[in-house]
Ligand binder design. Structure first.
Ligand SMILES: O=C(O)CCC(=O)C(=O)O
Length: 242
């Protein structure tokens, strides 16, 4: 555990080969697919990370993002993913770490749309306690061609680069040197943890099947309370706040 903690603190991310059993993955997939299909119940939490696109009047989702999916189906929270990820985060960053929000990001087949390079902290308000960890859980086999995660090992300090939105309300992105970037392929149930200042990206999905990821974001309980006081609950508009 000490090795993990040091690695996370030094490079800003770590890989865990098998966070979940295949049974745990299967039960997540069932709920995940129901939520993806249910465009009515998820409408207020759902958007295209690539920016909204209209083709012949029909909305095409390339990178579906659903914020706080457990607020629509509370059963998600019973999955071991939440408990196991929290335990690892508390061991690395302290016993006061708690779940701030969950989200789903699905890359549909043949959409070939990258998630641009960014740092998550650019989306968040400035907080005095900067500890955070996002657990990115693969529900499918993930590799470069369907959009596994890439990270640039973190530099000293917590610097946020200038970020802009992609057109039509799309993701935040920044310009950066990515020569040191590493791709992290995973089996279903494997995961990565990254902190809010670590640069990351994924390529588009050029394969015949979905690329499903569930992401759990943790920060100190006191910082979650500060966010809520300021009206931040991670269901709102995608914009630069930091
Ligand atoms: O799933 C992706 O493509 C991007 C995920 C991401 O940016 C994140 O988890 O912070």
């Amino acid at each position: 555990m000490e090795t993990r903690r040091l690695e996370f603190s030094k490079q800003g991310y770590i890989k865990i080969d098998a966070l979940l059993s295949i049974e745990e993955v299967q039960s997540l997939r069932t709920i995940y697919d129901e939520l993806l299909q249910d465009k009515i119940a998820t409408a207020h939490l759902r958007s295209d990370l690539a920016g909204e696109e209209n083709t012949t009047g029909k909305k095409v989702e390339r990178i579906t993002q659903i914020m706080r999916p457990s607020s629509v189906n509370i059963e998600l929270l019973n999955n071991k993913a939440y408990e196991k990820a929290l335990q690892l985060v508390q061991n690395m960053l302290g016993a006061d770490m708690a779940l701030d929000f969950d989200m789903m990001i699905n890359k549909a087949p043949h959409t070939n749309t990258p998630t641009p390079w960014h740092q998550d902290a650019a989306y968040w308000i400035d907080m005095p306690d900067k500890r955070s960890a996002s657990c990115w859980i693969a529900l499918d086999e993930v590799f470069e061609e369907n959009g596994c995660m890439w990270f640039v090992p973190k530099e000293e300090g917590n610097t946020i680069l200038p970020h802009k939105n992609l057109p039509n309300g799309g993701a935040l992105y920044c310009e950066t040197d990515t020569t040191q970037a590493k791709s992290i392929p995973l089996h279903p149930g494997g995961c990565t943890f990254h902190d809010g200042y670590t640069l990351h990206f994924s390529k588009g999905n050029t394969t015949n099947t979905q690329r499903r990821a569930l992401i759990l974001n943790f920060r100190p309980q006191k910082m979650i309370e500060l966010e809520r006081e300021k009206g931040v609950d991670h269901t709102g508009e995608r914009k630069k706040r930091n």
